[in-house]
Design a protein around this ligand. Structure first.
Ligand code: HSE
Length: 366
């Protein structure tokens, strides 16, 4: 059996990954070696196949003995350890959640229900670096499936509503602390007070020095933040720039299609939503489009474009924690027969992060 080094398994994506690996009995098919950047020598999870002791995640010598390394540790770790390992002559497979290697020619972006052809191509070319794509991009592609795979889209916008989980554990906790702080301001009862008094109290609360905003830097509760990540060129945020670059790389498109958007952080906990305006390459009847989406892969649920079903099913509350991607609000737009509206939702930590990594690991084992 192959020796697989696991790094960053304690973080949010790593925890979800481990949970999924346990659910799918993946540990039966590999020798797991748990690594730590902060606690080498500590106790490893029960699946550790060596001595149950955490190995040092910066020790190139033990890492070099692995057939594969899977890391959810983040970009700084990849930047430091990956080049050292390759320089030391390590030829194993590197599976990574971080964005560091996504733009490299040597890497394959993995999202197998969408790009198994690109994964096979990468394997046949001897590629060794397999990287999970940006969560928003992966979830958009999973939600529209064959419309992208069959190259039927001329361009699209993806206006996002991204959950706090995309920013990390501290941010999720901060959102809840903000909600707590605000609700504490009306502890004597919302129903007893005038709504304009409450509104004023809340607005004052945002300005208090104790208002918890160390991580977001701004209120997210009772608010939204229409900028995610740093600024890049052309007025885009880095999150927005990834949509174009990674969509086209995942699909292996030589004739790149424009994907542009405004990425917005909202007060959902772990589910990313996106409203899409799609310009199709040709007029396709709506029932054919629905069939195509529905039959794209087994992890897609198409919600009829009806009020009741939409409000019940097409929400972060319903979709969070599920592997299934939900797509709805599918309809032709007033702009013309080639313009399609759609709304997609997916759990940012599952298909948005952990699941594509788990599946490429599984594939590489056999
Ligand atoms: N960058 C994403 C976000 C998460 O901030 O929501 C990781 O893909």
């Amino acid at each position: 059996m192959m020796d697989v080094g696991l790094v960053g398994w304690r973080g949010m994506v790593g925890t979800v990954l481990l949970q999924r690996m346990r659910e799918e009995d993946d540990f039966k098919h590999l020798n797991a070696h748990f690594y730590s950047t902060s606690n080498p020598g500590g106790e490893a999870p029960k699946e550790d196949s060596d001595k149950g002791i955490l190995k040092d995640a910066f020790d190139i010598k033990t890492l070099s003995k692995m057939d594969m390394i899977l890391t959810c540790q983040g970009g700084d770790y990849t930047q430091k350890v990956y080049p050292e390992l390759r320089k030391a002559g390590w030829k194993g497979n590197w599976i990574d959640a971080a964005s560091t290697l996504r733009g490299e020619d040597s890497s394959v972006l993995v999202l197998d229900p969408i790009n198994s052809n690109q994964i096979e191509k990468g394997l046949s070319e001897g590629k060794k670096d397999f990287v999970g794509a940006n969560c928003t991009v992966s979830l958009m592609l999973m939600g529209l499936g064959d419309l992208f795979k069959k190259d039927l889209i001329e361009w699209t916008t993806a206006m996002t509503y991204q959950a706090a989980s995309g920013a990390g554990v501290s941010h999720m906790k901060e959102l809840l602390k903000q909600m707590n702080f605000l609700s504490g301001k009306v502890h004597d009862g919302i129903d007893k007070r005038n709504i304009f008094d409450i509104d004023q109290l809340i607005n004052q609360a945002f300005l208090e020095k104790d208002f918890p905003q160390e991580f977001f830097g701004h209120p997210l509760a009772a608010n939204l933040l229409p900028w995610i990540d740093t600024e890049v060129e052309k007025g885009q945020s880095r999150e927005e720039a990834k949509a174009y670059l990674e969509t086209n790389k995942i699909l292996g498109f030589k004739n790149k299609i424009p994907v542009d958007s405004t990425c917005v952080r909202v007060g959902a906990l772990r589910c990313h939503s996106q409203a899409l305006t799609i310009k199709l390459k040709k007029n396709i009847p709506i029932d054919e489009i629905e069939d195509m989406i529905k039959n794209s892969h087994e992890w897609i649920t198409l919600v009829p474009n009806k009020k009741e079903e939409t409000l019940k099913e097409l929400t972060p509350v319903n979709v969070s924690g599920k592997l299934q991607i939900y797509t709805g609000r599918v309809r032709k737009m007033l702009m013309g027969d080639e313009y399609l509206n759609a709304f997609t939702l997916g759990d940012q930590l599952l298909w948005g992060a952990a699941e594509p990594l788990r599946r490429i690991l599984r594939k590489l084992l056999f």
